[in-house]
Ligand binder design. Structure first.
Ligand SMILES: [Zn+2]
Ligand SMILES: [Zn+2]
Length: 294
């Protein structure tokens, strides 16, 4: 496993411009990302450094535990609140979607006026406790979906930093699971590289990538080719497809790429392939990264 991305030309604005041109229906969302992504990139949450020896890292992975499992993770709360306020302000000004300006404004003010416990929210988002965030939102009359998304976004720069600190330890370690070996989040996308012979999974939270068998369902481990298949659209099968498993009804979107997608572009690629979510979900498959509200 290796993951360090120090690309010199900035691929993000370029990719977003192409997306706006190719998919006019995603134009508003792409414009929004153009404003949000630089905030996430520039954010310095002053995370506490994480340390593991190579032996400790290897033992954790061999026991099936992600590297960050059980580690003390520290983020500067003033910096995190500031980032949440800046992200909410962009959404407020963009006003995409019905009521979202109002929802974003309400969250921004709740953070600014200290009515929201940002530390508790971050801890809940880090352990995927959506229910707890939903009840906080209900108590304060805030949009629970937006609060969940914003809190997860605030965490992204921190997890990326921890991933950068830890991945040099794990060059040759095997990890055959659908959850990220660094942070434990479910894979957001799969990539086929090296002339389609090798499949990698990507983590949307920390940006990690890891090799995963091509002929296996990442959710249930099913290896029976009769119950694993692809969905794709006319003319796009080479570049984009969806892998589906009949056994667990899970799906994951797959992109063919020459080189690993830079971490901050993963969300953009997820957006760019939104139509495949509709196709797969329309046929009764679900992406196991989607945690139901409640
Ligand atoms: Zn991760
Ligand atoms: Zn499955």
């Amino acid at each position: 496993m290796k993951a360090e991305y120090t690309d010199t030309p900035d691929p993000v604005p370029q990719r977003l411009r192409a997306l706006r041109k190719d998919s006019p229906e995603l134009c508003k969302a792409a414009l929004l990302y153009e404003s949000l992504l630089p905030l996430l990139r520039e954010a310095d949450l002053m995370v506490t450094p994480v340390f593991l020896t190579s032996d400790q890292a290897m033992r954790k992975l061999q026991s099936g535990l992600p590297l960050l499992f059980d580690m003390e993770l520290g983020i500067d709360l003033t910096a995190a609140s500031g980032l949440m306020i800046r992200l909410a302000r962009v959404l407020e000004q963009a006003g995409v979607g019905e009521g979202s300006s109002f929802s974003a404004r309400s969250i921004r003010l709740a953070v600014k006026e200290d009515r929201l416990d940002v530390g508790a929210l971050l801890a809940q988002a880090a352990s995927e406790e959506r229910g707890a965030i939903t009840s906080t939102a209900l108590d304060l009359d805030l949009d629970s979906g937006l609060l969940w998304t914003l809190t997860k976004d605030v965490l992204r720069p921190a997890f990326r930093e921890w991933r950068r600190q830890l991945t040099p330890l794990t060059e040759d370690i095997l990890w055959n699971r659908g959850e990220c070996f660094v942070c434990g989040a479910s894979a957001i996308l799969a990539e086929l590289r090296d002339n389609n012979l090798v499949r990698f999974l990507r983590c949307g939270r920390c940006g990690a990538d890891w090799h995963f068998s091509r002929l296996q369902c990442l959710y249930c481990g099913n290896e029976d080719h009769r119950t694993l298949s692809y969905l794709y659209t006319e003319g796009e099968g080479e570049k984009y497809r969806v892998e589906v498993c009949e056994k667990c009804k899970g799906y994951i979107k797959v992109i063919t790429t020459f080189s690993p997608t830079p971490p901050e572009l993963l969300q953009v690629e997820d957006l760019a392939t939104l139509r495949f979510d509709f196709i797969a979900q329309g046929r009764g498959y679900s992406r196991k990264t989607d945690i139901p509200a409640g």
